[in-house]
Design a protein. Sequence first.
Length: 298
Amino acid sequence: MKSTAIPWTRQFFNHECPCGSGEKSFKCCWKDNAQWEKSPAGIISLPPASVPPYKNERCYLSALGNCSSKITKEHFISRNILERITTDRLTIENAGHFFGGKERVEIGVNDFASKVLCDTHNNALSTLDSAAGTAFSTIETTAKDLVKVANSSTAFKSFHLSSGIDIERWMIKVYCGLVAAGKIRSITGRVLERNALPAYLFDALLGNQPLPNPLGLYHHSYVGQNRQLGGISFGTIMLTDGSDDVGGLLLSLGPFNFAFITSMDYGVSFNEPAWHRHPSVLFNVKQKGSRIVYLLTY
């Protein structure tokens, strides 16, 4: 869906596209009249299922029936993103519902992975890792511009955009991988089982259909939040209806706070009005004559 017209962004028409693709804007995300749309990765095609269908039980997409026999080691957070944060060890704060219940975890980048996908499905989903890597590069640039505005006496205009659908589908992949590896725990420490992953998550992951409301990507912004590119923080959303269930996955990447809601009870047992589903504008900063906008399109 195209954004509403943003007149001042006409200046980017013949410049490198704000999505980070490297193409000129008029060949990429410019949609006439200063409207913008970042095309998502699209439907992921898989090879036809064999007859009889081969299901590698170690692969969390085995129900699709077109697995390969080889299981690959899959990073929970795409390696192309992890390597921007650290080349050695990763520190995860607020990790109480991960990795045995520890609040702070240090883990090597190579160890932040598990064998949860077969080679066929891992290769097919790599397009989402690439899309997330491009989006994170855009987030990095936005964070640097926010710092630049605070420290510069010269006004400038900064405009960036990404596909919200790509980020949402990548969050599905992160969540499914963590669940399949037994890394997410409920309030009482019960490990979420892989067989509890619903089929509609897989359909949305592959791009076959959107997630039903209220599931999906949310964004949280608040006055005084850290606007610098700080690193990564994990957490889970705990429901408040007395159940021992997990409502979703929290992920902070630098100045951006995302939630992937996985429970149909969101808004009933967990009601947080500061979280916005399918946000369009993540940042709209006006300061000292400068302007910075970061936009998601759906």
